[in-house]
Design a protein around this ligand. Sequence first.
Ligand SMILES: C[S@@+](CC[C@H](N)C(=O)[O-])C[C@H]1O[C@@H](n2cnc3c(N)ncnc32)[C@H](O)[C@@H]1O
Length: 250
Amino acid sequence: MTSQFANIKWQQQLNSIKQPYSLDFNDVYFNSEDGLAETRYVFIERNDLINRFERLKEPVFTVLETGFGSGLNFYCIADCWLKFAPKSATLRYFSIEKLPLTLADMQRSSELWPQFSAIANEFLAHYKSLQFPRGIFSMAESRIVIDLQLADINDVLPSLQITNKNWPESCVDAFLLDGFAPAKNPDMWSDNNLMHLARLASANATFATFTSASMVRKNLEKAGFVVNKHAGFGKKREMLAGYFHGHQKA
Ligand SMILES: C[S@@+](CC[C@H](N)C(=O)[O-])C[C@H]1O[C@@H](n2cnc3c(N)ncnc32)[C@H](O)[C@@H]1O
């Protein structure tokens, strides 16, 4: 790997467990009191993923995450996929990450979630050999394909193509918008980036994000998403989730 890695401080939290903190963005990777519960509440429940996995009729379900970080969202969603989705279907998990964690930090983060150790160990075996700017790995006996792009989202999104046979360009089923607080990292949430997400959205695409920042809401609406406010997780008052209202016919 030749590019840059994340600068992490391992910070003591209330529960006395050390968790990763980004020195690049001065922000936490996940809720410091219960990161896993936050992932479940924000990204899994607001995208209705368990129900959608259980009822899936298509051979593929596609997730696009902005900000791979410590991999917590990936482990949690992969775990749900293996428990609830039909065995014959494939989860395609796309994620974009500008400053990946070093292998050591990724390993240490995964130890926070022993319930996901099987999927995390398989992932880490691939992560060891991951090269900038992209790695695509098949996991869990081909039930999951992860496609990690290690570059700035502003450089990746304009040329990103996610295709399937039914819909040549747009087939993301669920977006996980997880790019640090917009006040600290406005670039990640630009209207241009959110327009590109709309370009990649399937007709039934949903999104969820921990933030309720008005700039994010406005940019999502401008891009064609219907945006609803929900109660936030923990101390956060509100969060946003919703769905894509469809591609305009030319
Ligand atoms: C809150 S963390 C993501 C947490 C992660 N989803 C998890 O499960 O641990 C936000 C991530 O966005 C990444 N990021 C910030 N700005 C970015 C950019 N312009 N392009 C790509 N990734 C970016 C950060 O490096 C960080 O890993």
